[in-house]
Design a binder for this molecule. Structure first.
Ligand code: AMP
Ligand code: MG
Length: 328
Protein backbone atom coordinates (compact mmCIF):
# COMPACT_ATOMS: atom_id res chain seq x y z
CA UNK A 1 0.00 0.00 0.00
CA UNK A 2 1.32 3.47 -0.82
CA UNK A 3 0.67 6.19 1.71
CA UNK A 4 -0.42 9.51 0.27
CA UNK A 5 -0.05 12.81 2.10
CA UNK A 6 -2.62 15.43 1.04
CA UNK A 7 -3.68 18.76 2.49
CA UNK A 8 -7.01 18.65 4.28
CA UNK A 9 -8.76 20.50 1.44
CA UNK A 10 -7.25 18.36 -1.33
CA UNK A 11 -7.80 15.09 0.53
CA UNK A 12 -11.17 15.64 2.16
CA UNK A 13 -13.34 13.69 -0.29
CA UNK A 14 -10.86 10.82 -0.45
CA UNK A 15 -10.63 10.77 3.35
CA UNK A 16 -14.40 10.61 3.69
CA UNK A 17 -14.61 7.73 1.17
CA UNK A 18 -11.90 5.74 2.93
CA UNK A 19 -13.41 6.23 6.40
CA UNK A 20 -16.99 5.46 5.39
CA UNK A 21 -15.89 2.31 3.57
CA UNK A 22 -14.13 0.97 6.65
CA UNK A 23 -10.57 2.20 6.15
CA UNK A 24 -8.29 4.19 8.45
CA UNK A 25 -6.35 7.42 7.88
CA UNK A 26 -3.97 9.80 9.64
CA UNK A 27 -5.67 13.04 10.72
CA UNK A 28 -4.43 16.27 12.23
CA UNK A 29 -5.70 17.58 15.57
CA UNK A 30 -4.52 20.44 17.78
CA UNK A 31 -2.86 17.98 20.21
CA UNK A 32 -1.10 15.24 18.17
CA UNK A 33 -1.94 13.44 14.91
CA UNK A 34 -4.57 10.71 15.21
CA UNK A 35 -5.14 7.40 13.42
CA UNK A 36 -8.85 7.58 12.68
CA UNK A 37 -11.63 5.08 11.91
CA UNK A 38 -15.44 5.09 11.91
CA UNK A 39 -16.17 4.33 15.57
CA UNK A 40 -19.32 2.40 14.70
CA UNK A 41 -17.43 -0.12 12.55
CA UNK A 42 -15.70 -2.96 14.48
CA UNK A 43 -13.67 -4.11 11.44
CA UNK A 44 -12.31 -0.60 10.88
CA UNK A 45 -11.50 -0.21 14.57
CA UNK A 46 -9.61 -3.51 14.60
CA UNK A 47 -7.36 -2.14 11.84
CA UNK A 48 -6.22 0.65 14.17
CA UNK A 49 -5.08 -1.82 16.82
CA UNK A 50 -3.36 -3.99 14.19
CA UNK A 51 -1.54 -1.14 12.44
CA UNK A 52 -0.30 0.40 15.70
CA UNK A 53 0.43 -2.87 17.49
CA UNK A 54 -1.70 -1.45 20.29
CA UNK A 55 -3.00 -3.75 23.08
CA UNK A 56 -6.76 -4.21 22.56
CA UNK A 57 -7.48 -3.44 26.23
CA UNK A 58 -6.41 0.19 25.73
CA UNK A 59 -9.54 2.13 24.68
CA UNK A 60 -9.68 4.82 21.99
CA UNK A 61 -11.00 8.38 22.14
CA UNK A 62 -14.04 9.25 19.98
CA UNK A 63 -13.82 12.58 18.13
CA UNK A 64 -16.87 14.56 16.96
CA UNK A 65 -17.42 17.94 15.29
CA UNK A 66 -18.54 20.93 17.31
CA UNK A 67 -22.21 20.78 16.29
CA UNK A 68 -22.55 17.03 16.89
CA UNK A 69 -25.24 16.08 19.41
CA UNK A 70 -23.16 14.23 22.03
CA UNK A 71 -26.35 12.92 23.66
CA UNK A 72 -26.47 10.40 20.82
CA UNK A 73 -23.25 8.84 22.14
CA UNK A 74 -23.09 9.38 25.91
CA UNK A 75 -25.08 10.19 29.05
CA UNK A 76 -24.14 13.42 30.77
CA UNK A 77 -24.45 12.59 34.48
CA UNK A 78 -23.64 15.85 36.24
CA UNK A 79 -24.37 19.55 35.71
CA UNK A 80 -20.71 20.56 35.92
CA UNK A 81 -20.06 18.60 32.71
CA UNK A 82 -22.05 21.17 30.72
CA UNK A 83 -19.93 23.94 32.25
CA UNK A 84 -16.74 22.13 31.21
CA UNK A 85 -18.09 21.65 27.70
CA UNK A 86 -19.01 25.33 27.46
CA UNK A 87 -15.59 26.42 28.73
CA UNK A 88 -13.17 24.06 27.00
CA UNK A 89 -14.78 22.35 24.02
CA UNK A 90 -13.78 22.31 21.23
CA UNK A 91 -10.27 21.94 22.65
CA UNK A 92 -7.72 19.54 24.13
CA UNK A 93 -10.11 18.05 26.69
CA UNK A 94 -11.49 14.47 26.61
CA UNK A 95 -14.46 13.58 28.80
CA UNK A 96 -15.10 9.99 29.89
CA UNK A 97 -18.85 9.37 30.20
CA UNK A 98 -21.30 6.45 30.14
CA UNK A 99 -21.57 5.18 26.59
CA UNK A 100 -24.84 4.57 24.79
CA UNK A 101 -23.18 1.87 22.69
CA UNK A 102 -23.16 3.63 19.30
CA UNK A 103 -19.37 3.49 19.31
CA UNK A 104 -18.56 -0.23 19.10
CA UNK A 105 -17.21 -2.23 22.03
CA UNK A 106 -13.96 -2.94 20.17
CA UNK A 107 -13.12 0.77 20.41
CA UNK A 108 -13.74 1.04 24.15
CA UNK A 109 -12.02 -2.19 25.23
CA UNK A 110 -15.41 -3.72 25.97
CA UNK A 111 -16.19 -1.16 28.70
CA UNK A 112 -19.32 0.85 29.48
CA UNK A 113 -17.72 4.27 29.14
CA UNK A 114 -16.68 6.35 26.15
CA UNK A 115 -13.93 8.97 26.07
CA UNK A 116 -15.23 11.86 23.94
CA UNK A 117 -13.45 14.86 22.44
CA UNK A 118 -14.16 17.77 20.11
CA UNK A 119 -10.89 18.85 18.48
CA UNK A 120 -10.50 22.56 17.81
CA UNK A 121 -8.20 22.00 14.80
CA UNK A 122 -9.93 23.56 11.79
CA UNK A 123 -8.95 20.81 9.34
CA UNK A 124 -10.01 18.11 11.76
CA UNK A 125 -13.38 19.84 12.18
CA UNK A 126 -13.78 19.82 8.38
CA UNK A 127 -13.15 16.07 8.28
CA UNK A 128 -15.50 15.39 11.20
CA UNK A 129 -18.24 17.48 9.56
CA UNK A 130 -17.74 15.71 6.23
CA UNK A 131 -18.12 12.22 7.70
CA UNK A 132 -20.60 13.26 10.42
CA UNK A 133 -19.87 10.11 12.46
CA UNK A 134 -17.71 9.69 15.59
CA UNK A 135 -14.10 9.01 14.55
CA UNK A 136 -12.21 6.93 17.06
CA UNK A 137 -8.50 7.61 17.10
CA UNK A 138 -5.41 6.99 19.18
CA UNK A 139 -2.19 8.85 18.38
CA UNK A 140 -0.92 7.96 14.90
CA UNK A 141 2.36 6.32 15.95
CA UNK A 142 3.47 2.72 16.39
CA UNK A 143 2.60 1.56 19.90
CA UNK A 144 5.10 2.83 22.52
CA UNK A 145 6.85 5.19 20.09
CA UNK A 146 6.81 8.98 20.45
CA UNK A 147 3.53 10.61 19.34
CA UNK A 148 3.54 12.45 15.97
CA UNK A 149 3.01 16.22 15.75
CA UNK A 150 3.40 16.53 11.95
CA UNK A 151 2.22 14.60 8.88
CA UNK A 152 5.86 13.66 8.24
CA UNK A 153 6.13 12.06 11.70
CA UNK A 154 3.04 9.96 10.91
CA UNK A 155 4.53 8.96 7.56
CA UNK A 156 7.79 7.87 9.22
CA UNK A 157 5.89 5.40 11.45
CA UNK A 158 3.02 4.26 9.24
CA UNK A 159 4.25 4.51 5.63
CA UNK A 160 2.85 1.56 3.66
CA UNK A 161 0.33 0.68 6.37
CA UNK A 162 -2.37 3.31 5.75
CA UNK A 163 -3.62 4.83 2.46
CA UNK A 164 -3.81 8.50 3.45
CA UNK A 165 -2.52 11.13 5.85
CA UNK A 166 -4.31 14.49 5.90
CA UNK A 167 -1.70 17.16 6.43
CA UNK A 168 -3.02 19.90 8.71
CA UNK A 169 0.36 21.38 9.58
CA UNK A 170 2.26 21.23 12.83
CA UNK A 171 0.07 20.46 15.89
CA UNK A 172 -0.28 23.61 18.00
CA UNK A 173 -0.66 21.83 21.36
CA UNK A 174 2.02 19.16 21.14
CA UNK A 175 0.90 16.70 23.84
CA UNK A 176 -2.23 14.54 24.04
CA UNK A 177 -5.52 15.82 25.45
CA UNK A 178 -6.36 15.90 29.14
CA UNK A 179 -8.53 12.82 29.85
CA UNK A 180 -11.12 13.59 32.51
CA UNK A 181 -13.47 11.04 34.09
CA UNK A 182 -16.76 12.91 34.60
CA UNK A 183 -18.93 9.95 35.65
CA UNK A 184 -18.53 10.85 39.35
CA UNK A 185 -19.52 13.88 41.44
CA UNK A 186 -15.97 15.23 41.22
CA UNK A 187 -14.10 15.20 37.89
CA UNK A 188 -10.94 13.07 37.95
CA UNK A 189 -7.90 13.53 35.71
CA UNK A 190 -6.89 10.17 34.20
CA UNK A 191 -4.24 11.73 31.94
CA UNK A 192 -2.84 15.22 32.40
CA UNK A 193 -2.61 17.61 29.45
CA UNK A 194 -3.00 21.20 28.34
CA UNK A 195 -6.32 21.66 30.17
CA UNK A 196 -4.89 21.74 33.68
CA UNK A 197 -6.28 20.72 37.08
CA UNK A 198 -6.55 24.43 37.93
CA UNK A 199 -8.57 25.10 34.77
CA UNK A 200 -10.99 22.25 35.58
CA UNK A 201 -11.34 23.41 39.21
CA UNK A 202 -12.15 26.92 38.10
CA UNK A 203 -15.16 25.70 36.13
CA UNK A 204 -16.26 22.53 37.96
CA UNK A 205 -15.43 23.69 41.51
CA UNK A 206 -13.19 20.69 42.23
CA UNK A 207 -10.89 18.21 40.51
CA UNK A 208 -8.96 15.13 41.57
CA UNK A 209 -5.96 13.48 40.00
CA UNK A 210 -6.15 9.70 39.60
CA UNK A 211 -2.80 8.20 40.53
CA UNK A 212 -1.19 5.79 38.04
CA UNK A 213 -4.33 5.62 36.03
CA UNK A 214 -3.59 6.45 32.47
CA UNK A 215 -6.52 4.53 31.02
CA UNK A 216 -8.41 2.99 33.92
CA UNK A 217 -9.05 -0.29 32.21
CA UNK A 218 -5.48 -1.34 31.48
CA UNK A 219 -5.34 -4.21 33.91
CA UNK A 220 -1.74 -5.37 33.91
CA UNK A 221 0.37 -2.72 35.60
CA UNK A 222 3.50 -1.70 33.76
CA UNK A 223 2.07 -2.52 30.34
CA UNK A 224 2.00 1.13 29.48
CA UNK A 225 5.08 2.17 31.40
CA UNK A 226 7.30 2.29 28.33
CA UNK A 227 5.49 4.81 26.22
CA UNK A 228 6.32 7.78 24.00
CA UNK A 229 9.86 6.35 23.60
CA UNK A 230 12.26 7.66 20.97
CA UNK A 231 14.34 5.01 19.17
CA UNK A 232 17.68 6.07 20.71
CA UNK A 233 18.94 5.65 24.28
CA UNK A 234 17.70 8.14 26.86
CA UNK A 235 18.51 9.42 30.34
CA UNK A 236 16.60 11.81 32.60
CA UNK A 237 18.03 14.20 35.20
CA UNK A 238 16.45 16.69 37.61
CA UNK A 239 16.98 20.42 37.19
CA UNK A 240 19.44 20.28 40.16
CA UNK A 241 21.48 17.56 38.40
CA UNK A 242 22.87 19.52 35.46
CA UNK A 243 26.43 18.58 36.55
CA UNK A 244 25.57 14.87 36.36
CA UNK A 245 23.94 15.38 32.96
CA UNK A 246 27.10 17.12 31.69
CA UNK A 247 29.30 14.30 33.08
CA UNK A 248 27.23 11.67 31.26
CA UNK A 249 27.41 13.78 28.10
CA UNK A 250 31.23 13.88 28.27
CA UNK A 251 31.45 10.15 29.04
CA UNK A 252 29.29 9.39 26.00
CA UNK A 253 31.48 11.59 23.80
CA UNK A 254 34.57 9.72 25.00
CA UNK A 255 32.94 6.45 23.94
CA UNK A 256 32.66 7.90 20.45
CA UNK A 257 28.89 8.29 20.70
CA UNK A 258 26.73 11.32 19.86
CA UNK A 259 24.88 12.69 22.89
CA UNK A 260 22.30 15.49 22.86
CA UNK A 261 21.07 17.42 25.89
CA UNK A 262 17.32 18.15 25.84
CA UNK A 263 16.33 20.96 28.20
CA UNK A 264 14.41 24.21 28.59
CA UNK A 265 16.01 27.53 27.64
CA UNK A 266 16.35 28.31 31.37
CA UNK A 267 19.26 25.87 31.85
CA UNK A 268 20.75 25.95 28.33
CA UNK A 269 23.57 28.22 29.53
CA UNK A 270 24.96 25.34 31.65
CA UNK A 271 25.46 23.24 28.51
CA UNK A 272 27.23 25.80 26.35
CA UNK A 273 29.04 24.27 23.37
CA UNK A 274 27.16 20.97 23.64
CA UNK A 275 24.63 19.45 21.22
CA UNK A 276 21.24 20.75 22.31
CA UNK A 277 17.57 20.03 21.76
CA UNK A 278 15.99 23.18 23.19
CA UNK A 279 12.40 22.98 24.45
CA UNK A 280 11.68 26.71 24.91
CA UNK A 281 10.72 28.92 27.83
CA UNK A 282 7.10 28.48 28.96
CA UNK A 283 5.14 25.30 29.69
CA UNK A 284 3.18 25.82 26.48
CA UNK A 285 6.41 26.06 24.48
CA UNK A 286 7.83 22.94 26.12
CA UNK A 287 4.62 20.99 25.37
CA UNK A 288 4.69 22.24 21.78
CA UNK A 289 8.32 21.16 21.27
CA UNK A 290 8.64 17.99 23.36
CA UNK A 291 7.69 15.24 20.86
CA UNK A 292 9.19 17.14 17.93
CA UNK A 293 12.54 17.34 19.72
CA UNK A 294 12.41 13.67 20.80
CA UNK A 295 11.79 12.68 17.17
CA UNK A 296 14.52 15.02 15.93
CA UNK A 297 16.82 13.62 18.62
CA UNK A 298 16.30 9.97 17.72
CA UNK A 299 17.61 10.76 14.22
CA UNK A 300 20.72 12.67 15.33
CA UNK A 301 21.64 11.24 18.71
CA UNK A 302 22.83 7.96 20.18
CA UNK A 303 21.49 9.18 23.50
CA UNK A 304 19.12 11.99 24.51
CA UNK A 305 20.03 13.29 27.96
CA UNK A 306 16.91 15.09 29.21
CA UNK A 307 16.88 17.63 32.03
CA UNK A 308 13.54 18.29 33.76
CA UNK A 309 12.06 21.62 34.85
CA UNK A 310 11.84 21.64 38.65
CA UNK A 311 8.05 21.85 38.62
CA UNK A 312 5.02 19.67 38.06
CA UNK A 313 2.23 22.22 38.36
CA UNK A 314 -0.15 23.34 35.59
CA UNK A 315 0.87 22.16 32.14
CA UNK A 316 4.09 20.71 33.59
CA UNK A 317 2.13 17.83 35.15
CA UNK A 318 1.28 16.52 31.68
CA UNK A 319 4.74 17.32 30.34
CA UNK A 320 6.49 15.47 33.18
CA UNK A 321 4.18 12.47 32.76
CA UNK A 322 5.39 12.21 29.13
CA UNK A 323 9.02 13.01 29.90
CA UNK A 324 9.30 10.32 32.61
CA UNK A 325 7.79 7.69 30.32
CA UNK A 326 9.81 8.69 27.27
CA UNK A 327 13.20 9.24 28.88
CA UNK A 328 13.00 7.92 32.46
P1 AMP B 1 -4.01 7.77 22.81
O1 AMP B 1 -4.20 6.40 22.34
O2 AMP B 1 -2.56 8.12 22.84
O3 AMP B 1 -4.82 8.77 22.07
O4 AMP B 1 -4.57 7.80 24.30
C1 AMP B 1 -5.92 7.61 24.61
C2 AMP B 1 -6.04 7.69 26.11
O5 AMP B 1 -7.40 7.78 26.54
C3 AMP B 1 -5.45 6.48 26.80
O6 AMP B 1 -4.76 6.88 27.96
C4 AMP B 1 -6.70 5.67 27.12
O7 AMP B 1 -6.47 4.73 28.10
C5 AMP B 1 -7.67 6.77 27.51
N1 AMP B 1 -9.08 6.36 27.40
C6 AMP B 1 -9.78 6.18 26.28
N2 AMP B 1 -11.02 5.75 26.54
C7 AMP B 1 -11.13 5.66 27.89
C8 AMP B 1 -12.17 5.25 28.78
N3 AMP B 1 -13.37 4.86 28.35
N4 AMP B 1 -11.90 5.27 30.10
C9 AMP B 1 -10.69 5.66 30.55
N5 AMP B 1 -9.66 6.04 29.76
C10 AMP B 1 -9.88 6.04 28.45
MG1 MG C 1 -0.73 7.41 22.12
Amino acid sequence: MTTEILSVDDGLIKAKDIILSGGIIGMPTETVYGLAADGRNPQAVKKIFEVKGRPSDNPLIAHVHKDYDINKLVTVAHGYVYDLIAAYMPGPLTLVMDSKGVVCKEAVAGGDTLALRMPSHEGCQKLLKAVNVPLVAPSANLSKHTSPVSAEHVFNDLNGKIPLILDGGRCAGGIESTVLDVTGKIPRILRAGLITKEMVEKVAGACEIAEHKEGDRVKSPGVKYRHYRPKCDTALFGIDETDKAALLYDAELKKGRTPYIMCSDAVAEKFKGKNLLLLGKSGEEVAFNLYDKLLEGEKKADIIIAVSFGREDGVYLGIMNRLKKSCG
